[in-house]
Design a protein around this ligand. Structure first.
Ligand code: ATP
Length: 250
């Protein structure tokens, strides 16, 4: 079966610093593939290259078998690649529903254009409400986004990404800055997405990573030193020496 996303020999340097060093991995259909590694290993730079905000120096990115390496962010999004941005992409003065509706409109502008304005607005709001519900945010439709809790904003970010009906979702530290209860809600939300779409997950919370991931790739100094199922990664001597051993002791 063609992987949802294939990364082949992706390389990127900032001057003399090699931040992505021939990165190769596959994201299988329906799986959560976590990328872990120490600070500065190059995880965020990898996500930037996958989403299209940063051009690699070499290598290829295939979405469902199609080479998207040279495509813009918008063109990748239209093909079903969504990124859950950090909180900055939320419009704080708009309601939760409006935030998602804008994303739905961006994705499906042409299909809504054939409806009359009132029907079009209803369809748009229904689609946005469905995405909010899928992200566990029922009842927040009319709330001003800026007044949502930190955890709810993270959920809204995911709702906006889900509104694009992506095949592949890039999640960059979805639990960052959340408290215990908030992170439990987000964990449940991400676990509920498993199998419905394919997810590349970057997350520092190792408990969450090992609970969610079907497979894990370990990035150290821009290089994938191991890829495998969570239990194999946990037992891998090189991974423990380079990263996990230290994490679990701290
Ligand atoms: N635009 C840039 N110009 C120069 N160096 C950069 C740039 N972006 C990132 N770097 C460097 O590349 C390396 C990898 O950074 P990156 O943010 O991708 O790591 P990371 O694994 O996401 O780290 P963290 O876990 O701390 O978020 C770091 O040494 C960083 O300082």
């Amino acid at each position: 079966m063609t992987p949802a996303l294939s990364v082949r020999g992706l390389s990127k340097s900032f001057d003399a610093l090699k931040v992505s060093d021939a990165i190769t991995f596959d994201l299988a259909e329906g799986e959560i593939h976590a990328i872990i590694g120490p600070n500065g290993a190059g995880k965020t730079t990898l996500i930037h290259q996958l989403s299209g905000s940063l051009a690699p120096d070499a290598g290829r990115i295939l979405l469902g078998g199609e080479d998207i390496t040279r495509l813009s962010m918008a063109a990748r999004a239209r093909r079903g690649l969504a990124r859950s941005f950090q909180i900055t992409s939320i419009l704080p003065g708009f309601t939760a529903l409006e935030n998602v509706a804008l994303a739905v409109q961006a994705r499906s502008g042409s299909s809504f254009r054939f409806l009359r304005p009132a029907a079009s607005e209803r369809a748009l709001n229904e689609a946005a409400a469905a995405a909010l519900a899928a992200a566990g945010l029922c009842g927040t439709e009319g709330r001003i986004a800026g007044t949502l809790s930190h955890g709810e904003k993270r959920q809204l970010e995911i709702a906006i990404a889900l509104a694009m009906q992506p095949k592949v979702l890039l999640l960059d530290e979805p639990l960052a800055g959340t408290g215990h209860r908030e992170s439990a809600a987000l964990l449940q939300l991400i676990a509920g997405l498993k199998g419905r779409l394919s997810i590349v997950l970057i997350e520092h919370d190792m408990e969450a990573v090992f609970a969610l991931a079907d497979r894990i790739s370990v990035l150290v100094y821009g290089r994938v030193i191991a890829t495998g199922r969570p239990e194999a990664i946990r037992a891998d001597a090189e991974v423990r020496a380079a990263y996990l051993g230290d994490e679990e002791e701290s």
